[in-house]
Write a protein that binds this ligand. Structure first.
Ligand code: SF4
Ligand code: SF4
Length: 703
């Protein structure tokens, strides 16, 4: 307190004493905030279950990394730096804000541990923190109004721009920082004028500058500024606290919980219903998400926690090619729905679950069917989101709801029926599954056994449908078999006993069909007695690794090759053609979903004379080729093909050969090369094909 300047708790120039006024503001502010948060929790209480209370230590570690450590923010340099500075400023200022609030009712309050030297150091740090936060607000407003980053734009179909709301909130925070600094500055200026020991203010900080500006002002005026700044701080603080749950700033309150409860096993798809095992799925009355209340409480928390930063949509390939899907708005629309249907001052007009007559179906009201089918489940949105908002599970759940209601897109009906009857989307005969391996010419080069009671092996090569039946992709199958043979692997295939892995079927929401395919394959794999599994298809790899249980360990062929390059079993001839420039395209289900980024690159780099360049979007920012699996049968509304965008990226990087490690990528990329008019200038090759072509053999064999 400054002798000669009335303490804010004792100010009597208002209708009531300062203490009474500020106590009333505290009580009102806290009560309003508690009421608002309680109302916001109502839909979460009516939502579906979600089991997120396991592994508390792992979750805490992730809170330190992703929330406190702001791990993902630097992926966008300018916005990320701004956010880290603001966040750090808020954390540092938290105690000071609390202490300032208490001063209004208890004039000599000092935070325990912050008296004396420690308090002086803390004050200096927080002077700078307030200054930095204020400056960040100014920069953020300029970015929003002048530079207008494209990812903040709101396409007309999603409503009005969010700029005004964002700028209003930034301005409120700036006012809070100014009020806080002015309060400190007035106190120091008063002390200085009255010849009392002056509180140390950080040089060149906002409070320091304001103090210098106040020094020539009359003491009585400084007293008014002191009390006025305090009142402004109080009102702004509580206004912000209570206003935030009405918009994007709610993430300030919810983000910590959202990160704590975030999905730990990102690659494992959410079950149809938490707590319902596969064996009891037939007892589930309604599959998937049909109404808002069918979302789980955690998915609703996601809606509240989105900061509207646009990073997810900025990286979403569906959004980039003009499909009717933008993950950011999938969330914003749901959040707006929650705000509208769970109002502050009325009872909610909806009940819980899709069985409730008052709940409107989401498809047709909030989302369109095309929007939900447009997702390739590539995972780019989830990889990017700094708040760990989840998308794939929600989209798959919405698809489960559509399928449950019989809303299967026309183009998918035939492949799904074929999968049901024949175990592959092409409707081909099971007995033809091993034709690619049994062809006479190939048998002369490499003999692939079909596993059976009298024909065992250590390793199963799981081929999957596309490589087994597609004429072009069979070349990947043959190359894989030759590599396994070359490294001395005792391997075989399941042949007619192998069904489609069901990876895409599951991601298209057909859970029961998936479980049938999976159970058949698990039985066949167990019967084969193999000790490990290898596949060249990242979709099969992901299914076997994460969707299947009780099967041997699985590896992608790129991992096997990388290992055998290191052991020396695979060696390469120097490349003859020096005018080829290679680039590696990360398949989503090998890279982002399973973090296999280095092995394929190590293999390429081991080929003497191979020149490799990286595309601007690679590794965990790889751009989906257009979706594997059933996406091949789905015709989405789009302005441009994803594959075309991808081959253009390869051309921009200076490459003329795209190497991938997925048969689905190969279909899309080869097709895109033609569509982009790059035939003759650009080619695509699978990693297994390239290795088979370039590895040193005792005697060169060719098919
Ligand atoms: S998973 Fe991929 S396609 Fe689907 S919303 Fe996310 S970024 Fe877009
Ligand atoms: S979901 Fe995540 S990445 Fe997308 S806008 Fe919200 S906070 Fe940003």
């Amino acid at each position: 307190m400054v002798e000669g300047i009335q303490s804010v708790s004792q100010v009597t120039s208002w209708l009531v004493s300062g203490r009474t006024l500020f106590l009333a503001i505290h009580i009102l502010g806290v009560a309003c905030f508690a009421y608002i948060v309680a109302k916001r929790l109502v839909p979460l209480l009516r939502a579906e279950r979600d089991l997120r209370f396991d592994r508390p230590l792992v979750r805490l570690e992730r809170v330190f990394k992703f929330w406190l450590g702001q791990w993902k923010h630097p992926r966008y340099k300018t916005a990320g730096t701004l956010h880290i500075l603001i966040f750090a400023g808020f954390i540092l200022l938290a105690m000071r804000a609390f202490a300032v609030l208490i001063v209004g009712v208890s004039q000599n309050f000092v935070m325990p541990g912050l008296s004396g030297r420690a308090g002086q150091i803390y004050d200096v740090i927080t002077d700078y923190a307030a200054t930095v936060v204020f400056l960040c607000m100014v920069v953020a407003v300029i970015r929003r109004l002048v530079f207008k980053p494209a990812r903040y734009e709101v396409p007309a179909r999603f409503g009005k721009a969010h700029t005004a709301d964002a700028v209003f909130l930034l301005a409120l925070i700036a006012i809070l920082m100014v009020a806080d600094s002015l309060f400190e500055a007035a106190k120091a200026a008063g002390q200085s004028q009255l010849g009392q020991p002056v509180e140390t203010l950080a040089v060149l900080s906002l409070p320091w500058i304001l103090q210098i500006a106040l020094l020539p002002v009359a003491t009585a005026t400084i007293g008014k500024v002191y009390a006025g700044a305090y009142l402004l701080h109080e009102v702004t603080f509580y206004f912000l606290l209570c206003y935030r749950p009405f918009g994007i700033q709610f993430h300030v309150e919810t983000s910590l919980f959202n990160v704590y409860f975030a999905k730990l096993d990102r690659e494992i798809l959410k079950p149809v219903r938490w707590g319902v095992s596969d064996e009891h799925l037939d007892q589930v009355k309604s599959f998937g998400v049909k109404t808002f209340e069918d979302f789980t409480w955690k998915h609703m928390l996601d809606f509240y926690s989105c900061a509207d930063c646009g990073r997810c949509s900025d990286n979403c390939p569906s959004n980039a090619v003009g499909r009717p899907l933008s993950p950011r708005f999938l969330t914003i629309k749901a959040r707006d729905y929650a705000f509208q249907h769970y109002p502050m001052f009325r009872h909610s007009d909806v009940g819980s679950g899709s069985g409730n007559g008052n709940s409107k179906p989401l498809i047709g009201h909030l989302y369109s069917e095309d929007e939900i089918w447009s997702c390739t489940t590539c995972g780019a949105c989830e990889e990017e989101c700094p708040l760990l908002v989840e998308y794939i599970d929600k989209i798959v759940d919405l698809r489960r709801g559509l399928i449950d209601d019989g809303n299967v897109p026309q183009s998918l009906q035939k492949p799904l029926k074929a999968l049901e009857s024949r175990g592959n989307p092409y409707g081909k005969m099971e007995k033809k599954k091993a034709d690619w391996a049994n062809a006479k010419e190939f048998q002369q080069v490499c003999q692939v056994k079909t596993l059976g009671k009298s024909n065992g092996a250590d390793t199963l090569y799981f081929v999957d449908s596309i490589t087994s039946y597609d004429d072009r992709m069979q070349s990947i199958g043959r190359a894989t078999a030759k590599i396994l043979d070359h490294v001395g692997e005792n391997f075989g295939i399941l042949g007619a006993a192998e069904r489609d892995s069901g990876h895409e079927v599951r991601r298209f929401g057909e859970e029961l069909l998936f479980t049938a395919l999976r159970d058949h394959n698990v039985e066949a794999i167990k019967a084969s007695g193999v000790k490990k599994i290898v596949t060249a298809d990242p979709h099969a790899f992901n299914a076997l690794k994460h969707d299947y249980k009780d099967v041997p360990e699985v590896e992608h062929i790129s991992q096997v090759i990388a290992r055998e390059v290191k052991t020396g079993k695979i060696k390469f001839n120097p490349l003859e053609s020096r005018d080829k420039v290679y680039t590696y395209h990360d398949p989503c289900y090998l890279g982002r979903h399973n973090q296999v980024y280095d092995d394929p690159r190590d293999v390429l780099d081991a080929i003497p004379g191979l020149k490799r360049v990286e595309m601007s979007r690679s590794r965990d920012r790889s751009f989906c080729c257009g979706g594997g699996g059933l996406m091949l049968f789905y015709e989405p509304k789009e302005e441009q093909r994803m594959g075309v965008k991808r081959v253009q990226m390869a051309a921009e990087a200076g490459a003329n050969v795209i190497v991938t490690a997925c048969p689905f990528c190969m279909v899309n990329i080869e097709d895109a090369i033609k569509v982009a008019g790059l035939e003759g200038k650009m080619t695509a090759i699978d990693l297994a094909e390239l290795v088979d072509q370039e590895m040193v053999r005792e005697e060169q064999k060719a098919v």
